[in-house]
Design a protein around this ligand. Structure first.
Ligand SMILES: C[S@@+](CC[C@H](N)C(=O)[O-])C[C@H]1O[C@@H](n2cnc3c(N)ncnc32)[C@H](O)[C@@H]1O
Length: 337
């Protein structure tokens, strides 16, 4: 039980939070990476203050109800080990706020930053030089809907489909879509990857799929273990769903389109398995090579072999009148010494 009478200012609670978090050995990674940033987020968001401005408020006195609220939040973070975003029902991606609870993972995708980066959108030589040319976009594995909504912001003319297998996650996404008044441009669909999208094609597909390997899933810190397992679990080496996305994306990409996909740290596995795919690895302020871009043309399904129209093919290589089969002519070609 915290003695809130002896704590007066935001500075007091900021300090208390850091001491408690360090002593408890908390694990971070849901929007912050250390005890100071975590404490600042809890204190500022808990008081409905701008989360990027601690300094001006440090010496502000708090009302008794505010002191109690901060004390409760700090204790809950330590006692439950839930990520701060679940305690506050709020997460920020690229400065944009989203409602979250335990039906979705806490948003932290690097794609949020990439959608605002001029390497991807709008800059000189950007992957998508003209945002207006994206008319249809897809967010696969949408969770809270955060990336779908950021896409709707980045591409003002786009209609965005957002798919998730989890009906519970889609309830959270619905709330966020409504909060942003974007129901006329963001459609939520329930289903397994591309299954609900028959016949639909997109100028851009983005996805932050589950990609945690089996061995890592078996030993998650408490902060991650409270997130929906289906949002993290990528099977064996983590790439079961990524492989299915690579297999299915081509059929849903319009000419000139592309796939932007987050896969975590093991890119070597994919590079070895798909030596013919021209992965373009994109960095962000906090990641190196954890997101790839592939153009539609590289992902097109291979055309099945065609039977030529007209006369049926000969079963044996012809030998008469110079009509030689490829096999026989190759066999006769002189060998290089
Ligand atoms: C890593 S979370 C990403 C959520 C959100 N896009 C974000 O970046 O915060 C992965 C999401 O994929 C969903 N999912 C898992 N398997 C799926 C499948 N086979 N088809 C569609 N969605 C799936 C999970 O329910 C979860 O919401």
């Amino acid at each position: 039980m915290t003695d809130t009478d002896s704590l007066r200012t935001i500075r007091d609670f900021f300090r208390l939070a850091i001491s408690r978090f360090n002593a408890a050995g908390l694990v971070y990674g849901h929007g912050t990476t250390n005890a100071l940033d975590e404490a600042a987020f809890i204190v500022l968001e808990g008081l409905h203050l701008p989360i990027d401005q601690l300094e001006p408020f440090l010496d502000a006195n708090l009302l008794p109800a505010e002191r109690q609220r901060l004390a409760d939040l700090i204790e809950a973070r330590v006692a439950t080990r839930k990520p701060a975003s679940y305690l506050l029902n709020r997460a920020y991606v690229g400065g944009a706020p989203f409602y979250v609870d335990e039906r979705v993972i806490v948003p932290r995708s690097f794609i949020g930053e990439l959608l605002r980066s001029d390497v991807v959108v709008g800059g000189d030589g950007a992957l998508i030089d003209d945002p207006a040319r994206v008319g249809r976009a897809l967010d696969l594995c949408t969770g809270s809907g955060c990336l779908a909504l950021l896409m709707a912001g980045a591409f003002p003319h786009a209609f965005v489909d957002a798919v998730d297998l989890s009906p519970a996650a889609l309830e959270v996404a619905r709330r966020n879509v409504d909060d942003y008044h974007l129901a006329d441009r963001v459609e939520l669909l329930q289903g397994d990857l591309f299954a609900p999208l028959a016949g639909r094609q997109y100028d851009l597909i983005i996805t932050n799929p589950p990609y945690v390997a089996e061995s890592v899933m078996a030993d998650l810190p408490p902060e991650f273990a409270v997130e929906p397992a289906m949002a993290l679990d990528g099977g064996g080496d983590g790439f079961d769903i990524v492989r299915r996305i690579l297999a299915g994306a081509g059929a849903h990409l319009a000419p000139g389109g592309g796939l932007l996909c987050e896969i975590g740290e093991d890119r070597e596995i994919l590079e070895a398995e798909y030596p013919d795919l021209p992965f373009l690895w994109l960095d962000t302020s906090e990641s190196a090579g954890e997101v790839f871009y592939l153009p539609a043309e590289a992902l097109r399904p291979k055309a099945p072999p065609r039977i030529a129209a007209g006369k049926p093919p000969r079963r044996r290589p012809a030998t008469a009148k110079g009509a030689t089969s490829a096999a026989t002519s190759a066999a006769r070609r002189p060998r290089r010494r």
